[in-house]
Design a protein around this ligand. Structure first.
Ligand SMILES: Cc1ncc(COP(=O)(O)O)c(C=O)c1O
Length: 410
């Protein structure tokens, strides 16, 4: 395989690229297909929000009467998120440093001692590890429900796993490996009947598919700020249906009610001790504004068109394997090129054509047993709203070169 065989390196904007207006120098040098890890590029309004927040006089939420702007943006960010997720009140939105903190807050904040917990094989380590820690300490008994070969979860398997003392069901809304979307409404019904707390990890789906937390029937829905909500890293949060249904993960300064010896029982302050990440929250506000004004449906339709185009082309290549249903419910899918280690494919794509993908297990170790990628993992492809057809074609051509060369191997 010769480097010249590859499509041209992405050394300028492909014409018609949707991210022309969202220009950032680095974008010109790469085709970024790793949005499931963190989205790139960010809308220019997000970049501006970061700069504006850094230039403004520092202030912290609810701490000083004269400093309005950053606390105002925190309130507005909460309101906008509540509107996006159709929560009934913005006090139900708790802001954190990311999905990992939010998941730990829920898992460690529930009275799980001596109970049974159900989760699934498609979970991220930020669910599996907090649960495994509780299991290892003897606090809980853990059941992990299998998925099928595409990463789908059969709600009946969740029902079959119930025990008399099941207190928590924790489910990933969307696999960060295959893009399979779980029927969380059906599982909510099972949780309700069992009187178990229902936790949904919407890290990959928030911003990619419409989310109605009320219709979803979840007690808590966790989101990441820096993925498809287009904010920056170090941001995220959760929707919590019932106030104070969790113990806080951290306690400390709240800027108000300082005379109280204990954490003030005020939502969402109860869960947000410490100086907030006001720059990150300003960026998240701008990201959510971008998502809301563009429309989640429009984002979903755009991304799906690109994924379907790529999957259709890859399906004609004899030694390319696509895991999952291939027509991912969201714009994430997994693949391998026969005869190649996924790390090598990721390396070749990057070195030849400036294409950024992610190889390996993707922090979701259990799903690989079910999709058949336990030994070396797979290559994950995750375009965003900003991925153009021309960029997708460069990716397709680059995979085609690798696949043809793999075919020639003895
Ligand atoms: C499904 C899922 N849950 C949780 C996380 C953790 O998100 P964060 O790194 O923002 O805490 C990720 C990140 O990749 C994820 O894909």
């Amino acid at each position: 395989m010769m480097l010249e065989e590859f499509p041209r390196r992405a050394n300028g904007y492909p014409s018609g690229c949707r991210c022309e207006e969202y220009l950032c120098d680095q974008v010109q040098l790469m085709i970024y297909l790793n949005n499931a890890a963190t989205s790139f590029p960010k809308p220019v309004s997000v970049l501006n929000a970061v700069e504006r927040a850094m230039r403004e006089a520092p202030s912290t939420s609810a701490r000083s009467g004269g400093e309005i702007s950053s606390s105002a943006i925190i309130v507005r960010c909460r309101e906008l998120l509540a509107k996006l997720f159709l929560a009934s009140h913005s006090d139900q939105i708790i802001l954190t440093s990311g999905a990992t903190e939010s998941l730990n807050l829920v898992i460690r904040g529930l009275p799980l001692q001596g109970t049974h917990v159900i989760t699934t094989a498609i979970e991220h380590n930020s669910v599996l590890r907090p649960l495994r820690r509780l299991e290892a300490s003897g606090a809980i008994v853990l059941s992990i429900v299998d998925c099928d070969g595409s990463g789908n979860i059969d709600p009946d398997l969740v029902r079959n796993a119930l025990r008399a003392n099941t207190s928590l069901i924790a489910v990933n809304h969307c696999s960060n490996v295959t893009g399979a979307v779980v029927d969380v409404e059906a599982i909510a019904e099972i949780a309700r009947e069992a009187n178990a707390f229902f936790l949904v990890d919407a890290s990959q789906s928030a911003g990619r598919v419409p989310i109605d937390v009320t219709a979803m029937g979840a007690d808590a829905v966790v989101f990441a700020g820096h993925k498809s909500l287009y904010g920056i890293s170090g941001t995220g949060g959760l929707y919590l249906k019932k106030p104070f249904s969790l113990e806080p993960l951290k306690v400390g300064g709240t800027g108000q009610w300082s005379e109280s010896p204990v954490q003030p029982k005020i939502m969402p302050m109860y869960y947000e001790a410490g100086t907030p990440n006001s720059v990150g929250i300003a960026a998240l506000f701008a990201g959510v504004e971008f998502v809301s004004s563009t429309g989640v449906e429009a984002i979903h339709a755009n991304e799906n068109t690109i994924v379907r185009h790529i999957v259709a082309a890859l399906s004609t290549m004899s030694n390319v394997v696509i895991y999952g249903n291939g027509l991912a419910d969201v714009s994430i899918f997994a693949m391998n090129v026969g005869g190649y280690d996924p790390d090598d494919v990721a390396f070749l794509l990057h070195e030849s054509s400036g294409i950024v993908t992610r190889s390996g297990l993707h922090c979701a170790p259990l799903i690989h047993r079910f999709i058949g990628t336990s030994s070396k993992g797979c290559l994950r492809i995750s375009p965003s709203f900003f991925t153009s057809r021309e960029q997708a074609d460069i990716f397709i051509d680059a995979v085609s070169v690798i696949s043809r060369s793999a075919g020639k191997r003895p």
